[in-house]
Every structure is written in C-alpha cells, then in structure tokens.
Design a protein around this ligand. Structure first.
Ligand code: AMP
Length: 219
C-alpha cells in the first residue's frame, strides 16, 4: 500500500561505529528515542544470551571475557535473524555491528536483497588515551539501561546497589578490545567512506554536546 511505501521511505537505517567506550550505547539510546527505531546492539544481545545461559551465550562469553570478537558466523547469523523481524521496517540503529569486513559485506548483501540502503554510518571518534579511563569507571543500570561513569556522569546514590560493572570493562580486556577495534573494525571505515554515507563525529566532550554534534552531522 502507499502507506507502507511511505513508511519505508521515512525509515532511518543507521550504524554506529567507534572504539569501546566511545559513547555508542549512550548516544544510540538517545537517537532511537528520537527516530522511533529499534536499537540493535549485538553486545546487548550477547550479554542477554550469556545471562540466559544459551549455548550461543556460553560460546560468546568466552570471547567477550577476553575482550575478543565473537566469530563472524555467529554474529552474522544473529543479526540476520534480528533484521528479519518486523519492527526493522521502521528502520534500525545497529550499535556494535558490523565490526569486521565480512560482517560489513554480509550486511550489505542482506540490505541489497531487500533493495534497502543505509542512511548514515556514524563514526564516533575518541582517542585511545581517553578510552581506558572511560571504560574502567563505567557502570550501567540493568533496570533502565542507563549508562553512568563514576566520575564523569555519577549515578544517583540510591541506585548504587543495583549498578553493574561489565566483566569486560577491565583494563586488561579493554586493551584487547581496543586492539581488535584498530585491527578489525577501523578497516571497514573506508568501505563506508567510499559509499558516501560516513559521518565522522567527535566523541570527546559532554554527552549532550556529542548528541548535538550527531544531530548536526545527520542534518
Ligand atoms: P559491545 O557491547 O558492543 O562493546 O560488545 C561487547 C562484546 O561482545 C565485544 O567485545 C565482543 O566480544 C562481542 N561483540 C559484540 N558485537 C560484536 C560483533 N559485531 N562482532 C564480534 N563480536 C561482537
């Protein structure tokens, strides 16, 4: 129908790329509330699978704890299934996927098959020397999904007891994650730059300022 055609054309399909601790999760949560699109975070999906104790969760957990990437075939299968769900007709925000060249190619194939394109690939840039400090102080509220930092964005005292420190938010795991980012993920940036959809955003500064920079980049 013409109604669904209109829905399709206003659908916003976006990707968030950036090192661990760049602020992807925080900013993605704000964007999805603005665009009313599903927030698809592969890291969140793996953490949920770990909590549920599924076989996939058990496999993923071994990689995550060490700060390594989960194998492509596992991640690609998971994302394919997720993108096949109806709510993605409104668009989507992919947070933490793709992280490798084969993942980027699999996504391009899946979108091409449905005649869809990406509207924006946001690259949130934060220098390595700021990352460890950001990550080690990071805490999240499992009930609201809100992300805090003990120093930079202190949580309300009454929440202190229920906040969670991610297992892979240790200095050692962060160093592996940063290395994986530079060797495996950063190389997909030119792929999107070539397609003319890449938007670089400075991720240094207060979350509200970064949100404004993202809005400006999206036009
Ligand atoms: P994140 O919450 O995005 O930082 O992801 C946490 C961890 O989940 C990563 O360090 C990886 O072990 C795993 N993971 C999440 N997304 C991917 C992906 N696209 N490819 C491979 N591993 C992933």
């Amino acid at each position: 129908s013409s109604e669904s055609a209109q829905e399709e054309s206003s659908a916003m399909r976006m990707i968030f790329i950036g090192p661990p601790g760049a602020g992807k999760g925080t900013q993605a949560a704000r964007l999805v509330a603005h665009y009313l699109i599903p927030h698809i975070s592969t890291g969140d999906m793996f953490r949920a699978a770990v909590t549920e104790g599924t076989p996939m969760g058990q496999e993923a957990d071994r990689y995550m704890k060490a700060g390594q990437l989960v194998p492509d075939e596992v991640v690609i299968g998971l994302v394919r299934e997720r993108l096949a769900q109806d709510d993605t007709k409104a668009g989507f925000m992919l947070d933490g996927f793709p992280r490798t060249r084969p993942q980027a190619e699999a996504l391009a194939e899946a979108l091409n098959a449905d005649n869809l394109t990406l509207d924006a690939v946001l690259l949130l840039e934060v220098p390595d020397e700021l990352i460890v400090e950001r990550i080690v102080g990071r805490r999240s509220d499992p009930e609201t999904g809100e992300i805090y930092h003990l120093t930079f964005n202190p949580p309300p005292a009454e929440l202190a007891d229920r906040l969670v420190h991610r297992k892979d938010d240790t200095e050692e795991a962060v160093r592996s994650r940063l290395e994986a980012y530079h060797s495996m993920t950063a190389p997909i940036v030119p792929f999107y730059e070539g397609e003319g959809v890449l938007k670089r955003v400075n991720g240094v500064g207060r979350p509200d300022d970064v949100t404004s920079a993202i809005r400006a980049a999206l036009g």
